[in-house]
Design a protein around this ligand. Structure first.
Ligand code: SF4
Ligand code: SF4
Length: 67
């Protein structure tokens, strides 16, 4: 059974620190540290996919959290 997703930073070097993912995340998962995106509160992720869909540089991906 699929359970809630988890966010991963799959291409950290592609992040241009635009902050869109911070803006669209409903659960305050991300922070910018030294102009790079970091997952600050990963347990908050509900797998909604907003950040993956909104990131202009394909940095983020929601993965299954069941294995
Ligand atoms: S999938 Fe949704 S809850 Fe999870 S980090 Fe992205 S925007 Fe936030
Ligand atoms: S939306 Fe993408 S490029 Fe912008 S800060 Fe987030 S991860 Fe980086």
């Amino acid at each position: 059974m699929a359970v809630k997703g988890k966010i991963e930073i799959i291409h950290p070097d592609w992040c241009k620190a635009c902050g869109i993912c911070i803006y669209v995340c409903p659960t305050d998962v991300f922070a910018l540290v030294s102009d790079k995106i970091v997952i600050e509160k990963g347990d908050n992720c509900i797998g909604c996919g907003n950040c993956e869909l909104s990131c202009p540089d394909f940095v983020l991906k929601v993965v299954d959290d069941d294995g």
